[in-house]
Design a protein around this ligand. Structure first.
Ligand code: AGP
Length: 609
């Protein structure tokens, strides 16, 4: 976790770096800092907490220079504090770092033995000391960085400056994201593209083990041994405004409202209605390979894991292949039985989640095909997959995932269609019907969003509750889990998702007049069962907020609050029922005054274990 930004060029580095850090705050906001290099002197400013605090420090004690680095931190080693804030300095070397140095204690001891003294509790500080140690003897900055990085074990993306080397910056990557931007006589480096998008669209993606040296108006990419690597930039078409709030009070609300477009974009060019199939360009699996699949693992974390649970229903129903769904942090350590005919599917919005990436590597090492569904095209997970289905949700800034989730469900439906057709388990006619339903989805999502005012009123009524239960059966159970997670994440209210049939096996003991219970009960094969569970709640004075569809409205009489979404095929219904739950969590959080886009203790992209 953490965001890094670096700049070498002709403009004031602090302005560029701060602007970049603002766009990376979703990666962590425990502290922030900048360092600039000018006239053989390095100036550092740091502050605990959000970027705003650093900006205050800088307005009182500005720094200057055309070469600078900056950092926004999500604490791993050492609590959030100014001392632990990056950049870290040692004898003329200054470093910002994203990742974890696993052997830092061992290296710290060695360096202490050589007379180095440490100021912080961080693993990062050892990088500055290591580089300093080599630089002292060789007076070769780039060589010193190379030698230092050869000593560290773990994950890093670093940007480093040296007091004695004017207008030179070295950056390198191993296991953490890092991209390079090229402008006119200026260069940028950052953890993510939005940090530089307002300055350049020419982006070079670094691979693990690569290092880049900026200086003299140019840049040079090498491996850690110093061998030159030819890289060409790609032109990124994202509009920087896409990454702004666009008039909404929060990114999360904007992203909830972007869902009709995000879904339409994810479908664009992928439905061949006439043939009754889905066209997935990056899947890279032939019909023969898909026919040979014996079993599927879907592996993910958090919200993506909830999407995976819905995926199991889709794939088993239409493709008749056994599907196991795993939480990535469990999969990677449980020695899963992956065989040559196993398809492992990784789901990740960011494409950088450390546990999911490790699960991918575990699956790859064991054999079989590895496909990812991801929202960030050039991120680590798709780059390491055999095939990729991109969700085209656009950048998701709010820490609580919304449009990434619903577009993952769309991508899973497309994949189901493709596999089902290749194996003939899904007829062309049924596939065409599903395609028709998918095409109606953006409009139905728009209609669902019209429930907003009603949901805000429900939020007012229930915002004081201490606990919430969310119930659903079948593919509505993952939607219930997702609704509960959204509420927990942004309102800090305790919430649990349960399969409705499990209620009587324990959680029913919690029900009293204080307990709001959100019941997902669209009309389907199990709705009567869910209704019985709902009655059990009402019999114990629990407050019911029911989410149903146009056909289910009649059987939801007597509930405390009723939300009616449009009717759609059962396969896609979790998309529609999730949306009121996103809005409910959002409004409760706003009413409680929490930080909706950057909830406490969370970060957007979890790149540590
Ligand atoms: C969702 O609201 C979360 N903040 C979190 O659970 C997230 O879904 C999880 O960390 C996985 O992230 P990924 O999809 O980027 O891999």
């Amino acid at each position: 976790m953490c965001g890094i930004v670096g700049y070498v060029g002709v403009q004031e580095a602090t302005t560029i770096v701060l602007d970049g850090l603002r766009r990376l705050e979703y990666r962590g906001y425990d502290s922030a800092g900048v360092a600039t290099q000018q006239n053989g002197c390095i100036e550092i400013r740091r502050a605990e907490g959000k970027l705003l605090n650093l900006e205050k420090v800088l307005s009182e004690r500005p720094v200057q220079g055309n070469c600078g680095i900056g950092h926004t931190r999500w604490a791993t080693h050492g609590r959030p504090s100014e001392t632990n804030a990056h950049p870290h300095y040692a004898g003329g070397i200054v470093v910002v770092h994203n990742g974890i140095i696993e052997n830092f204690l061992e290296l710290k001891e060695i360096l202490r033995g050589k007379g180095h003294n440490f100021n912080s509790e961080t693993d990062t500080e050892i990088i500055a000391h290591l580089v300093e140690d080599y630089y002292k003897t060789d007076k070769d900055f780039v060589g010193a960085v190379r030698k230092a990085l050869a000593k560290v074990r773990g994950a890093y993306a670093v940007a480093i400056l040296c007091e004695q080397e004017p207008a030179t910056m070295v950056a390198a990557k191993q296991g953490s994201p890092l991209v390079v931007g090229q402008g006119n006589g200026e260069h940028f480096v950052a953890s993510d593209i939005p940090a530089m998008l307002s300055h350049t669209r020419e982006i070079t993606f670094l691979e693990d083990g690569e290092m880049v040296v900026f200086g003299g108006g140019g840049m040079e990419v090498t491996d850690l041994a110093g061998n030159l690597i030819e890289k060409s930039p790609k032109t990124i078409t994202w509009d920087p405004i896409m990454a702004e709030k666009g008039g909404y009070k929060h990114f999360m609300l904007k992203e909830i409202y972007e869902q009709p477009r995000a879904i339409a974009d994810t479908l664009a060019g992928r439905l061949t209605e006439d043939e009754g199939d889905a066209y997935l360009e990056g899947l890279n699996l032939s019909d023969q390979q898909l026919q040979a699949v014996d079993n599927i693992f879907i592996v993910a974390c958090g919200t993506s894991w909830h999407a995976a649970l819905v995926g199991k229903f889709l794939l088993e129903k239409h493709c008749r292949i056994p599907v196991d769904v795993d939480i990535a942090s469990e999969f990677r350590y449980r020695d899963p039985i992956v065989q040559s005919n196993t398809l492992t599917l990784l789901l990740s919005q960011s494409g950088e989640t450390a546990d999911t990436l490790a699960a991918l590597r575990e699956a790859k090492a064991k054999g079989g095909q590895v496909v990812s569904i991801c929202n960030v095209v050039e991120s680590s997970i798709p780059r390491e997959s055999d095939g990729v289905i991109c969700t085209h949700a656009g950048p998701e800034i709010g820490v609580a995932s919304t449009k990434a989730f619903t577009t993952q469900l769309v991508a899973l439906t497309l994949l189901t269609m493709r596999i089902g057709r290749s194996r003939n388990s899904l007829s062309a006619e049924n596939c065409r019907d599903l395609a028709q339903e998918l095409l109606k989805l953006p409009r139905k999502v728009e209609a669902t969003l019209e429930l907003n005012d009603q949901i805000e009123a429900i939020a007012r009524e229930f915002m004081a509750a201490q606990d919430f239960l969310y119930l659903g059966r079948g593919n509505q159970y993952p939607a219930a889990l997702e609704g509960a997670l959204k509420l927990k994440e942004i309102s800090y209210i305790h919430a649990e998702g349960y399969p409705a049939g499990e209620l009587k096996h324990g959680p029913i003991a919690l029900i009293d007049e204080q307990m709001p219970v959100v019941v997902l009960v669209p009309e389907n094969a199990t709705s009567e069962k869910v209704l019985s569970n709902m009655k059990e709640v009402q019999a114990r004075a629990g407050k019911v907020i029911a989410v149903t569809d146009a056909n289910g409205e009649s059987f939801c009489d007597n509930v405390d609050s009723l939300l009616v979404v449009p009717k759609i095929t059962d396969d896609l219904m979790p998309i529609l029922t999730s949306i009121p739950l996103q809005l409910l969590a959002y409004h409760i959080a706003v009413l409680k005054g929490t930080d909706v886009d950057q909830p406490r203790n969370l970060a957007k992209s979890v790149t540590v274990e």
